[in-house]
Design a protein around this ligand. Structure first.
Ligand code: NOJ
Length: 751
C-alpha cells in the first residue's frame, strides 16, 4: 500500500471512529445501536459508485408529475425531495428508489413544517411567547405525527435565528431576541419532531439558518451581517449548540454572508465550530440555492467553484443549486476535490435515513394518514397553545368581558374573519377551511348577539370615512376590533420599513374610540408592530402573534375570561421603528441613559450644551414601549423575600435563589417567572441583563408560594477577551421578576 493509500485509509478509519463515538450518545434506536448503524452506513457506502454518492447529495423540489423525476430516481441521482406532501406520490417516489434503483436507497422527503402541518399552531414567535417548552414540544410532536403519516420525514425547523430587528419579516419564524429562550424553544422542538424514540412518526429536525441570518443589516431579508466571533459565540451560536446537544439530526446553512463569508462556504462556522468543536455528525443541507447564491455574493465565479467551496466547508446536501450533481464528479476526477470528502457527506445522509427507519419502512399508509389530520386532540393542543401565546398589553379593567354586560357585540377590523391570515407565515399545509376565526368563535358563543361590520376589508386598505361601523358601534355594548397584518406581510423576504398599523387601521380605531363605547383591540401580526399611537384608542389590548387554526376560540376564551392570559413578549416592542434594533440584553455604554430631556422639553433657544449627554434618541428616549418578557394577567402577582442561599459561589457552584410569589388578585393565574443576571465587570463589557431561567408558576387567587430556582454558575460563562468560554469571577447582580425591566437587584460574588 503506498503512502497516499495509507493516509486515505487512516482518514477513513478516523472518520468512522469519530462517527461511532459521537453516535453513542444518541437516544436508543429501534433500528440498531450506534455501531450497528455505522456498520450499515459503511456497507452501503462501499457498494456505491461515485455517481450514486453524488446523487445522494442532491436535493430537488417536487412539482408536477412523479414521472418528471422517475428516471433520475432510478439512476440514483436524487437523495432527497422537498415540497411533496401527497402520500400517494411520496409512496411512488419511494417505490422507484427502493425497487428500481440499483441500491434501493430510500428517499428523504422534506418540507417546511414550521408551526404545525395541517393543524396550525401559532407562529414560532407566538410559541416563544408561551415560555412553555413542554407545550411547544407537544405541538412539534403533533406536527410530526400529522406530517410523517403522509410521508414527510424531515422538517426544516426549528429556525433558531436571534432576531432583534422587527423590520426583518422572518422574526415571525423564530423565538425572538433572546438567546436563552431561543435555545430552550429549539431543544423542545427538536425533541418534539424527532420523538422519544426513532419510529415511523419521527421527523428529522433541521436547525436553521446557520448562522447569524437574523442580524441582517437594516432588517432587510438576505442582507449581509457583520457579527464578530465573540458576538456569534455569546449570542447567536448557543441555541444551535443546545439543539445539537438535544440530538438535532440536520442543519441548514443560511443565505447571509457574515463579515464577507457566505454561510454555505464558511469553513470556520461549519467545519471548525459545528463539526469539530461540537462533533456534529448530522446532515448539513444548504438553504434553497444558497450554494448558487455564493456566485451573486461574489464569493465564487461559477457553479463549479461554489460547489467545491460548499463541500470544503462541510456541506453534505445541495438544495436546488444542482451544483453537486453537475460538478462534483469532474471535481473529483480533476483532483480538486477528494472522494473522502464526498464519502463523509454521504455517510451523514445515509445515517439519517437509517435512523428514521426509512430502509425498513419507506412507505406510508395513505388512508391511515387522513384521520390523523386535524384530530380533535391536535386542535385542542393548538387552541391551548394559542391561548398561552397571546400577550395582554393593556387592560384598564374591562377584561375579562362579562357576557351579561355585553349583550350586543360589535366585531370589526380586517383580522376578525381572516381564516387564511390568522394561520401566519409558513402554513403551507394548513387549510383555511379548518381555521376558526374570532368572528366564528364569538358567533358560536353568543348566537344572535354579534354584529359584524369589518370597517376595512384588508389591513392596507385606505378609507376616509367609517360611517357604517361607527353607527354600529354606537348601538353596541362593546367593540371588539381585530387589526394587525396579514400573513403575507411577515415571513421570508417580507421585511418592512414602517411598522405602524397599515392602511387606515389606526383611523378606524380612533373613530371607534370616538363613539365613547368600550373598544377592546386584538392585534394579530407576525411581528411586534409599533402600536403606541393606538393604545389611547382602546381600553384593553391583546397581542396575538398569528395564532393558527384555533386562534378564534382561543381569543374568545381569553376575552371572556375562561382563560387568564399568561403570554409574555418574546421580543422588545418599539415605540417607533427608528429605535430598531432595541433589545433588553444590550451592553452597557459609557454613558447610559438616565431619563434626560427629550426634544419636546428643550427650550427652542437652548444651545448645544443643554442637550443630554447620554445614549438616547432626543425624540424617543431610550426605552421601548413594552420590554422583553412583559405581559399582564387578569390577576396580579407580587414577588417578595428574594434570597440567595449564599453570598459567594465557586465557579462550579449553583446559585439557589428563593422567593415568595403571591397571587394578589382575585383570579387564578399563571405567572412566567424570569431570572436575569448581570456580570458587573468582565474582560469585555457584558449585557446589562441576561435571562438565565424562566418557569411558569400557576397560583390560585390569593395563593402564596415559596419558589426555589437553581442557576448553575457555569451558565454565567461567556467568551471573554482571550476568546475562551469561562465564568469570570467577580460581582454579579440577579433579578427575579415578571419582565426584563422590573425587580430589585440582589448581589452575589463568584470566586
Ligand atoms: C428558503 C428558506 O430560507 C428556508 O428556511 C426554507 O426551509 C427553504 N427555503 C425550503 O423551503
Amino acid at each position: 500500500m503506498n503512502d497516499i493509500m495509507k493516509y486515505i485509509r487512516n482518514l477513513c478509519l478516523l472518520a468512522l471512529l469519530c462517527a461511532v463515538l459521537s453516535c453513542q450518545e444518541r437516544k436508543p434506536s429501534s433500528v440498531g445501536s450506534a455501531p450497528e448503524i455505522e456498520r450499515r452506513v459503511e456497507r452501503i457506502l462501499s457498494q456505491m459508485t461515485l455517481a450514486e454518492k453524488i446523487g445522494q447529495m442532491n436535493q430537488v423540489s417536487a412539482g408536477g408529475d412523479v414521472s418528471n423525476y422517475a428516471d433520475a430516481l432510478r439512476k440514483g441521482q436524487i437523495g432527497s425531495i422537498l415540497n411533496e406532501v401527497d402520500p400517494v406520490k411520496i409512496n411512488e417516489f419511494q417505490r422507484i428508489c427502493v425497487e428500481e434503483s440499483r441500491l434501493g436507497i430510500p428517499l428523504l422527503v422534506g418540507r417546511d413544517v414550521i408551526h404545525g402541518f395541517h393543524t396550525v399552531f401559532p407562529i414560532p414567535l407566538g410559541l416563544a411567547a408561551t415560555f412553555d417548552p413542554a407545550l411547544v414540544e407537544k405541538g412539534a410532536r403533533i406536527a410530526a405525527v400529522e406530517a410523517s403519516a403522509q410521508g414527510v420525514r424531515w422538517t426544516f425547523s426549528p429556525m433558531l435565528d436571534i432576531a432583534r430587528d422587527p423590520r426583518w419579516g422572518r422574526i415571525a419564524e423564530g423565538s425572538g431576541e433572546d438567546t436563552w429562550l431561543d435555545a430552550r424553544m429549539g431543544e423542545a422542538m427538536v425533541r418534539g419532531y424527532q420523538g422519544a424514540d426513532w419510529d415511523a412518526t419521527s421527523m428529522a429536525a433541521c436547525i436553521k439558518h446557520f448562522v447569524g441570518y437574523g442580524a441582517a443589516e437594516g432588517g432587510r431579508d438576505y442582507n449581509s451581517t457583520f457579527l464578530t466571533e465573540r458576538q456569534l459565540r455569546n449570542v447567536y451560536l448557543p441555541p444551535f449548540e443546545a439543539a445539537v446537544k438535544a440530538g438535532a439530526l440536520t442543519l441548514m446553512t443560511s443565505f447571509n454572508d457574515n463579515d464577507g463569508v457566505p454561510s454555505t462556504g464558511n469553513v470556520f462556522t461549519v467545519k471548525d465550530i459545528l463539526r469539530e468543536e461540537w462533533g456534529f455528525d448530522g446532515l448539513v443541507v444548504t438553504d434553497w440555492n444558497s450554494m448558487g447564491e455564493m456566485i451573486s455574493h461574489g464569493f465564487g465565479a461559477d457553479r463549479k467553484e461554489v460547489a467545491r467551496l460548499a463541500l470544503e466547508a462541510g456541506v453534505d446536501m445541495d438544495m436546488m443549486t444542482y451544483g453537486y450533481i453537475s460538478h462534483l464528479e469532474e471535481l473529483v476526477r480533476s483532483g480538486a476535490v477528494r472522494e473522502t470528502a464526498i464519502n463523509q457527506a454521504v455517510r451523514n445522509i445515509l445515517r439519517v435515513k437509517i435512523m428514521l427507519g426509512l430502509f425498513e419502512n419507506p412507505y406510508v399508509d395513505a388512508e391511515a394518514a387522513a384521520p390523523l389530520q386535524y384530530a380533535p386532540a391536535h386542535l385542542e393542543a393548538a387552541q391551548r397553545t394559542a391561548e398561552e401565546s397571546v400577550v395582554l398589553l393593556k387592560n384598564d379593567g374591562i377584561l375579562p368581558l362579562s357576557a351579561d354586560k355585553t349583550r350586543t357585540i360589535l366585531v370589526t377590523g380586517p383580522m376578525a374573519d381572516a381564516p387564511h391570515d390568522q394561520l401566519g407565515t409558513w402554513a403551507f399545509d394548513g387549510q383555511k377551511e379548518h381555521s376558526v376565526t374570532p368572528l366564528q368563535a364569538l358567533r358560536e358563543r353568543f348566537p344572535g348577539r354579534v354584529v359584524y361590520v369589518p370597517g376595512l376589508q384588508y389591513t392596507r386598505e385606505h378609507k376616509e370615512r367609517f360611517d357604517e361601523v361607527t353607527a354600529a358601534a354606537r348601538r353596541a355594548d362593546v367593540i371588539l376590533a381585530f387589526v394587525g397584518e396579514e400573513a403575507i406581510l411577515s415571513g421570508e423576504a417580507h421585511s418592512l420599513a414602517d411598522l405602524n398599523l397599515k392602511g387606515s387601521q389606526s383611523e378606524l380605531l380612533a373613530c371607534l374610540a370616538g363613539t365613547g363605547k368600550p373598544v377592546v383591540v386584538t392585534v394579530m401580526a407576525g411581528r411586534p408592530l409599533t402600536i403606541e399611537r393606538d393604545l389611547p384608542n382602546c381600553r384593553a389590548l391583546l397581542y396575538a402573534f398569528h395564532p393558527g387554526t384555533m386562534g378564534g376560540p382561543a381569543l374568545a376564551s381569553l376575552l371572556y375570561g375562561d382563560v387568564n392570559p399568561s403570554g409574555k413578549t418574546p421580543v422588545t416592542f418599539l415605540r417607533t421603528v427608528g429605535q430598531a434594533p432595541l433589545y433588553y440584553s444590550h451592553n452597557m455604554t459609557g454613558r447610559p441613559y438616565n431619563g434626560e430631556t427629550l426634544l419636546e422639553d428643550i427650550e427652542p433657544e437652548a444651545g448645544q450644551t443643554s442637550l443630554g449627554n447620554t445614549s438616547y434618541y432626543l425624540d424617543y428616549g431610550a426605552y421601548p414601549l413594552f420590554p422583553f418578557g412583559y405581559g399582564l394577567s387578569y390577576t396580579t402577582f407580587a414577588y417578595s423575600d428574594i434570597a440567595l442561599d449564599r453570598d459567594e459561589y465557586p465557579v462550579d457552584g449553583t446559585v439557589r435563589v428563593s422567593f415568595t410569589l403571591e397571587n394578589t388578585g382575585g383570579r387564578d393565574g399563571t405567572e412566567i417567572v424570569q431570572v436575569y443576571v448581570r456580570d458587573l465587570v468582565g474582560s469585555v463589557t457584558r449585557p446589562v441583563k441576561e435571562l438565565k431561567h424562566f418557569e411558569r408558576v400557576s397560583l390560585q387567587a390569593g395563593e402564596r408560594r415559596r419558589v426555589e430556582v437553581e442557576i448553575p454558575v457555569a451558565d454565567l460563562a461567556f467568551y471573554g477577551l482571550d476568546g475562551t468560554k469561562k465564568v469570570e469571577p467577580g460581582d454579579f447582580q440577579l433579578w427575579v421578576a415578571g419582565d426584563s425591566a422590573s425587580g430589585e437587584a440582589v448581589g452575589f460574588k463568584v470566586k
